[in-house]
Ligand binder design. Structure first.
Ligand code: B12
Length: 264
C-alpha cells in the first residue's frame, strides 16, 4: 500500500482539514497538541500530524477535555491535598487531568498555581507555618517531574531556563521548563540559584541555544537578572526575564517571537 507523501499546510488549511475553527487549531499549536513550525511568520503543519490529531479526535471513546469548571473543582481539591501533605492525592489529580487531555500549561495555571498563591499569601499573613509551604512545593516539583512531557515531532529549537543566585524559587523555573517542553522546545533546565556569570558562559559556549529565559520570583533578584540578560543579549542570544504576573502562554509566544526574529 502506498503512503501519501508528507506535505506542509498553512494553519487555516490544517484547521479546515480537522474541521475546527482557526482559533482552535491555533490553541492546539500553542499547547503542543498540534505540532507546527513557524516559518516566515506563518505556522506550517505536516499532513502526517494532521492525520494523527484527526484520528485521535475521531476515536469513539476519546474523553472530553476537562471543562474550566472541572479545573476549578480540581484546583480546590489540589489545595486541600497540598495543605494536608497528601502527595498521592495531589499527584493523582495532576495525572488524571493530563490523561483526560488537560495541557500542562492549563494544569499549572488553572489547577496548581492558585493553591500555591493562596499558600504563599497565608504564610505572608502569618496563618501558616513555612514547612507547609516547603512541603507543598516539594510535592508539586515531584508531580511535575512525573508529567515531564516528551512530545512527538520536531523541536522548534533550544531554550535554557534558570533563576539566578539569591533566587531560591526553583518551582517557577520547572513550570517554565515543562511548558516549553510541551510546546516542542528542547530545554536545558538549570534550576534556581545559578550564578549569573555561569549563565553568561553557558550561552557563550552553547551555540544551539536560541533563547535564554530567566525566571525572577524573589523581587530582590530582578535588577541582577536584567544586568545578566543584557550581557547575554550583547553576546547575541535573545534573553527573556519574567516571573509573577506573566503567563506561561505568554512565555511560549515570546520565546517563539524572539527566536524567529533572530533567525530571520
Ligand atoms: C514555594 C514558595 C517558596 C519556596 C520555593 C521552593 C521552590 N522549590 O521553588 C521557598 C520556601 C524556598 C520560598 C522562599 C522564599 N519566599 Co517564596 N514563595 C513560594 C510560593 C508559595 C510559590 C512560588 C511559585 O512556585 N510560584 C509560581 C506561581 C504560583 O506563581 P506565578 O507568579 O503565577 O508564576 C508564573 C510565572 O512565574 C511564570 N514564569 C516562570 N518563569 C517565567 C519566565 C518568563 C520569562 C515568563 C514570561 C514567565 C515565567 O510561570 C509561573 C506559572 O504560570 C510563592 C507564592 C506566589 N504567589 O507565587 C511565595 C513567594 C514568591 N515567596 C515570597 C517570599 C517573601 C519568600 C522569601 C523571601 C521568604 C523568606 N523570608 O525567607 C524566601 C526567598 C528565598 C529566595 N532568596 O528566593 C513572596 C515574594 C514576595 C516578593 N515580591 O518578592 C511570595 C509571593 C509569598 C508572599 N505572598 O509573600 N518561597
Amino acid at each position: 500500500m502506498s503512503e501519501e507523501p508528507e506535505v506542509m499546510l498553512e494553519l487555516q488549511s490544517a484547521a479546515d482539514a480537522l474541521g475546527v475553527h482557526y482559533q482552535t487549531a491555533y490553541r492546539w499549536v500553542r499547547s503542543g497538541r498540534l505540532p507546527a513550525q513557524l516559518t516566515g511568520g506563518k505556522y506550517l503543519v505536516s499532513s502526517v500530524d494532521i492525520a494523527e490529531v484527526g484520528a485521535s479526535r475521531n476515536f469513539p471513546q476519546a474523553p472530553a477535555v476537562p471543562s474550566p469548571a472541572r479545573l476549578v473543582r480540581q484546583s480546590e481539591r489540589m489545595q486541600k491535598a497540598l495543605l494536608t501533605g497528601d502527595e498521592s492525592e495531589a499527584r493523582k489529580i495532576a495525572r488524571r487531568l493530563v490523561d483526560e487531555g488537560t495541557t500542562i500549561v492549563d494544569l499549572i495555571e488553572q489547577v496548581i498555581s492558585p493553591p500555591l498563591r493562596a499558600i504563599g499569601q497565608a504564610w505572608h499573613d502569618g496563618n501558616l507555618t513555612i514547612w507547609v509551604e516547603h512541603r507543598a512545593s516539594a510535592i508539586i516539583e515531584r508531580a511535575l517531574g512525573d508529567l515531564l512531557p516528551n512530545p512527538r515531532g520536531r523541536r522548534r529549537g533550544t531554550v535554557v531556563v534558570t533563576a539566578l543566585s539569591g533566587d531560591l524559587h526553583s518551582l517557577p523555573t520547572t513550570m517554565a521548563a515543562v511548558a516549553l517542553r510541551e510546546a516542542h522546545w528542547h530545554v536545558h533546565h538549570l534550576g534556581a540559584d545559578l550564578p549569573g556569570e555561569e549563565l553568561i558562559d553557558f550561552c557563550a559556549t552553547h551555540d544551539e541555544v536560541d533563547v535564554a529565559v530567566i525566571s525572577v520570583t524573589d523581587a530582590n533578584a530582578a535588577v541582577r537578572a536584567e544586568e545578566v540578560a543584557n550581557k547575554i543579549r550583547a553576546q547575541g542570544t535573545p534573553t527573556l526575564v519574567g516571573g509573577p504576573g506573566k503567563t506561561l502562554g505568554g512565555l511560549i509566544d515570546d520565546v517563539q517571537h524572539v527566536a524567529d526574529s533572530r533567525r530571520s
